[in-house]
Design a protein around this ligand. Structure first.
Ligand SMILES: [Zn+2]
Length: 278
């Protein structure tokens, strides 16, 4: 079973590569911010409940909340889960695609003034090289790493360090990517019903499907371009469902081949996390 959590709808800084990007993307507000979402996944099977990414969380300072225009009226992740009858304690696995605050912010929560794991009974997974990078970042993405989002997981012994491509189950696998940040991991869920791809910031919105449209935040844009070609090729050929984590308007879709490269195929909705029977 697969559900999507549309967590905090935030606005982030736009980074269209050129003016022609405006026809594909939101034009942006007076300080060049565009509406963005943090779209998380909940995958349930047997007695497992696996969450993919955790959104911005609730620890951002008022100043940062204002810079990113975080919609604080939107329910928090634990609140969304509780409303659906899913206690945070029942989450068994949390895949962190990477440790930028808009993906790992909800991994910990303040208990008084101390950040503690939001999902105390879960194993959290991140690539070892991503943790090493977060602890010793470049100027490029230094501001996106906040130790309070992941060091409490290390201290609690809940963070499993992944090296390279791995299968968590026969259907579920994680794959490192190196263009956005060092060793971000994408998730692939392959079953008889089809394949679902959660590429995180490789394809943050559907506007990033055309090959040259990469984020200004990327550490290595040319690496992102190479990775996009590889993964979009497979996604188009095998008719995968691709989830756009930061797209405020298009939750998911298939990838179509065009003369010039790739574009959005079928636009798809995801079912929101529905109340569970007790
Ligand atoms: Zn992001």
């Amino acid at each position: 079973m697969l559900d999507a959590l549309d967590s905090t709808v935030a606005q982030c800084l736009a980074s269209s590569p050129n003016r022609s990007g405006a026809k594909h993307t939101h034009p942006g507000d007076q300080v060049n911010r565009i509406p963005m979402a943090t779209r998380l996944l909940l995958i349930e099977w047997d007695d497992r409940r696996l969450l993919v990414d955790t959104g911005n969380g609730t620890k951002l300072s008022p100043k940062l909340q204002e810079i990113y225009a975080i919609d604080t009226a939107y329910p928090t992740l634990p609140h969304l889960l509780v409303e659906a009858g899913i206690p945070p304690e029942s989450i068994t696995d949390v895949v962190l695609t990477h440790l930028h605050f808009d993906h790992a912010g909800g991994a910990t929560t303040l208990d008084g003034s101390i950040a503690v794991p939001t999902f105390p009974n879960a194993r959290y997974y991140v690539q070892a090289d991503q943790l090493a990078w977060a602890r010793n970042p470049t100027e490029k993405d230094r501001a996106s790493f906040m130790p309070e989002n992941y060091e409490p997981l290390v201290e609690a012994g809940l963070l499993d360090l992944i090296e390279g491509s791995v299968h968590l189950t026969p259907e579920l696998s994680l794959h490192p990517l190196f263009g956005h940040t060092q060793a971000m991991q994408a998730l692939l869920l392959q079953s008889d019903d089809g394949t679902l791809f959660y590429p995180a910031d490789l394809l943050p919105t559907h506007a990033h499907i055309p090959i040259p449209y990469v984020m200004g935040y990327d550490n290595y844009p040319l690496t992102t371009i190479t990775e996009k070609k590889t993964w979009l090729e497979r996604a188009a050929r095998e008719e995968w469902i691709v989830i756009f984590e930061h797209d405020a308007f298009v939750a998911a879709g298939t990838i179509a081949r065009t003369e010039k490269g790739f574009s959005l195929g079928k636009k798809l909705e995801l079912s929101p996390v529905a109340p569970h029977a007790a």
